[in-house]
Design a protein around this ligand. Sequence first.
Ligand SMILES: NC(=O)c1ccc[n+]([C@@H]2O[C@H](COP(=O)([O-])OP(=O)(O)OC[C@H]3O[C@@H](n4cnc5c(N)ncnc54)[C@H](OP(=O)(O)O)[C@@H]3O)[C@@H](O)[C@H]2O)c1
Length: 294
Amino acid sequence: MELGLGTVQFGLDYGVSNKGGKVSPETVKTLLDLAYGNGIRVLDTAAAYGDSEQILGDTVTADKFFRIITKLPGIHKETVTQAEITCLDNIFHQSLQRLKTDHIEGLLLHRPGDVFLPGGENIYSLLCSLKEQKYVNKIGISVYTVDELNRLFSRFDFDLVQLPLNVLDQRFVTSGCLSELKAKGVEIHVRSAFLQGLLLIPPEEINEFFAPIKPTLVRYRSYLEENGLTAVEGALAFLRLQKNIDVVLAGVTNETELRININAFSKKNPPHLDFSSFTATKENMINPQFWQLK
Ligand SMILES: NC(=O)c1ccc[n+]([C@@H]2O[C@H](COP(=O)([O-])OP(=O)(O)OC[C@H]3O[C@@H](n4cnc5c(N)ncnc54)[C@H](OP(=O)(O)O)[C@@H]3O)[C@@H](O)[C@H]2O)c1
């Protein structure tokens, strides 16, 4: 299991705890140097992350061999015609141009449900063809729910899946998905390690939208304290305890955060940690797509 760097924060003002806004290009350079120097090799980006790809292309130097994963956006149409496929193909080649490379490690569908639209199987064929032409090593999907994942794998094969996983959101573990994916040889990348930073905010400071899970968060933070763990160490300890994860993606907005994450990720977990009682079942709490923050 390795730590990877999420880069949405490099291109957009992102995250529930974000007070500093989008990361400056100078800080991106510092973060990439620090990450590479500490063995981080995976960068996660997307065409939809503002100018994240451009900044990576401008900043990653030829002596750094990062494995870059990017994503194709959704098509926002009811059917997929040749026009949409040509458009996606163009978007992919523009991503390569912005990233200043002719080959990347992974290409994921940001809205994989599009493959079920009439003609949507051609999106899958496009991914396969880009892989065949060796523009990408692995093709995959970014998913939000277990149902979505199962439905996609019932019709198509993918090399890589990015999914959310953290103490509050343990759906992909309890459903047995992670072990099933691993048995198929699929590479698993986990996002939402800190749930956009929510797991790191003191419970008394969280937005009132999260009131239903506040008691769980308070109990969770006490549990971490009892075990001598900080919030970052606890969030990463939970993931380190899971089997079958290949990459844990965490996003940061400054150098201090990255240093803290690198140290916490390499720390040995205390024995006898059990995070099973901290799951939140209400999807509107654990899936940021449903958050309504005032
Ligand atoms: N559908 C998709 O494919 C999808 C969706 C979302 C994200 N992603 C990917 O996943 C990556 C991570 O996003 P995420 O939603 O999973 O966020 P996350 O990694 O759970 O949380 C990131 C936020 O946590 C805060 N943070 C990180 N380390 C910290 C530390 N040591 N101390 C205090 N705060 C710290 C930072 O916010 P502040 O500094 O602002 O507090 C940071 O922006 C993204 O960059 C992106 O690449 C993919």
